[in-house]
Design a protein around this ligand. Structure first.
Ligand code: GLN
Length: 535
């Protein structure tokens, strides 16, 4: 049996308290003490993965190296730990039931009635333990999505109860994250919601070891004592998580509160070296003390919900720190560029990013944004759909290819400059069938991105069905739009550049998935640098 330790993170009172950030921060502290840690997210919805969800429902869909479409929390895990995650790090109820039902059809349970307990809970257990026993992590932090008391979370809480008993209580820890609201009318912090939430967990047979309390005001000793007393938790295990200006400060706040030490003590683990957080602190210092601001427009159709562009927004924070500046993102709904004069809306920006996306809503506005950037020579980055729009705009306005478009939006376009990939033509299922995950790309020696990466062979993550149509490659290149990144195995165009302009780049892949605090992505770093020099 492996000696992996398991840490469970549950949430109570309300959603959106930041379980993902607390999990990632604890993992960061444990990693900085020399432990090999991973984080897993269990999502209680019935979709197999969030790939088929509208971003308005669940924010961005994060893609891993192995091509899993996952919850955006995995993005935080990678950005904090600087380590890739995989499909095993995100499990949904849909996936669990699918495995159990497939086993039932195969006859694995022949003669038995298949039930939530033990079959579903056993499958959840298998997927939690897999990270420890097969992938050999010292510690697995499992974040349980949703809020305690939700009907759909019950099998997960029950699994935690069973696992703790099986693993032994010294081999696992339950951290419960709740909210201590401040009532401004009476000037009081209220602990009752936390007490109720812990009671609910207890009803399900789980006693939390540690409580992390989100709060906007400092929690005094008396509040901590009261919570500890009513929830059967030592006072040093009542941890405050106070609001901060950036999520990257949370690991340091958790260190001040000794969350990592409390966890190690409960797990009977030795306190190894003090965590080395110097590079992290250096980054945070730069984020908080930026000398200048640069304004970049993010043109997309989900701009009302910034979570839809989480990884892009975080990548700008990482790249800003490298360039000693704060990137102020101006969220621009692409449909507004169809109703309003784009020149008025886009004036004053030092850089323009056209975001990834699907479907035809707001497409015209995206094309207008590309045109503005190209004609005014403003640093431009197009990601996935954004790159495709750059190709279409160039086709229409420079090459005079009337009606040039993508067959995604305009099936019978006379000029399908963006077309469905051959391997996609026969696919009818929507879930998990795109070109997904890491693919190699070879950069041309004189390109801007070759300079940015400092190498010619790269690998980046993809999530799309359409591609640059190579039938048009020659006329594009002759007119000045160069394919500067090519997939060496398939010949697919992965990058286009306009070398005549200051900085104009379109990428078919998603660089934002690979930017981390300690490894800011070279494309974002170079783009922000160009935007800064724009003045
Ligand atoms: N809708 C486009 C495609 O499928 C772009 C996808 C994206 O931006 N992720 O090719």
């Amino acid at each position: 049996m492996s000696d992996t330790k398991y840490i469970f993170v549950t949430g109570g009172v309300t959603s959106s308290l930041g379980k993902g950030i607390i999990s990632a921060s604890l993992a960061k502290l444990l990693q900085a003490r020399g432990y090999n840690v991973t984080i897993q997210k269990l999502d209680p919805y019935i979709n197999i993965d969030p790939g088929t969800l509208n971003p308005y429902e669940h924010g961005e869909c994060f893609v891993t190296e192995d091509g899993a479409e996952t919850d955006l929390d995995l993005g935080h895990y990678e950005r904090f730990l600087n380590k890739p995650t995989s499909q095993a790090n995100n499990v949904t109820t849909g996936r669990v039931y699918q495995s159990v039902i497939n086993k039932e059809r195969r006859g694995d349970y022949l003669g038995k009635t298949v039930q939530v307990i033990p079959h579903i809970t056993d499958e959840i257990k298998r997927r939690i333990k897999y990270l420890g026993s097969k992938l050999n992590y010292d510690m697995v932090i499992t974040e349980i999505g949703g809020t305690v008391g939700d009907i759909e979370s019950l099998p997960y809480i029950e699994t935690v109860r069973q696992l703790r008993w099986q693993l032994g209580y010294q081999n696992s820890v339950v951290i419960h994250l709740t909210l201590v609201p401040y009532l401004s009318a009476s000037g009081e912090l209220k602990t009752k919601p936390t007490q109720h939430s812990v009671k609910q967990l207890l009803e399900n047979g789980v006693q939390p070891d540690i409580l992390v309390l989100r709060t906007e005001k400092e929690l005094g000793h008396e509040i901590r004592r009261k919570v500890g007393q009513f929830c059967n938790v030592n006072i040093e295990s009542v941890i405050q998580s106070i609001d901060v200006s950036t999520i990257y400060e949370v690991p340091l706040k958790m260190q001040e509160e000794k969350l990592d030490l409390v966890v190690l003590k409960k797990l009977n683990l030795e306190i190894k070296e003090e965590p080395n957080l110097a590079p992290w602190k250096d980054f945070l210092h730069k984020v908080k003390n930026a000398e200048r601001t640069v304004k970049i427009g993010l043109v997309g159709k989900y701009t009302e919900l910034p979570d839809a562009y989480k990884s892009i927004i975080e990548s700008f924070i990482h790249a800003g720190a490298v360039n000693n500046c704060k990137v102020q993102i101006d969220m621009i709904h692409s449909e507004t560029l169809e109703k309003q004069n784009p020149e008025d809306r886009l004036a004053g920006l030092q850089g323009i990013l056209v975001a990834p996306g699907f479907g035809h809503r707001g497409i015209k506005g995206k094309i207008e944004a590309v045109r503005f950037a190209r004609e005014k020579n403003i640093p431009f980055l197009g990601i996935c759909l954004g790159m495709q729009m750059a190709v279409i705009e160039f086709g229409i306005n420079v090459l005079n290819l009337e009606g040039a478009h993508s067959t995604e939006m305009y099936r019978n376009t006379p000029h399908p400059v963006i077309d469905i990939m051959d391997e996609q033509k026969e696919i009818t299922d929507k879930g998990g069938t795109m070109r997904l995950g890491a693919y190699k790309c070879k950069l041309s020696k004189t390109s801007k991105l070759q300079k940015a990466y400092g190498k010619t062979e790269i690998s980046e993550r993809h999530r799309h069905r359409y591609e640059f149509n190579n039938k048009y490659l020659e006329i594009y290149e002759n007119a000045g739009m160069k394919a500067t990144g090519i997939n060496p195995d398939t010949g697919l165009v992965e990058i286009v550049e306009l070398p005549e302009l200051k900085w104009f780049v379109g990428v078919q892949f998603h660089p934002e998935y690979k930017s981390t605090v300690l490894n800011p992505h070279p494309i974002f770093v170079s783009f922000v640098e160009a935007a800064v020099s724009q003045g």
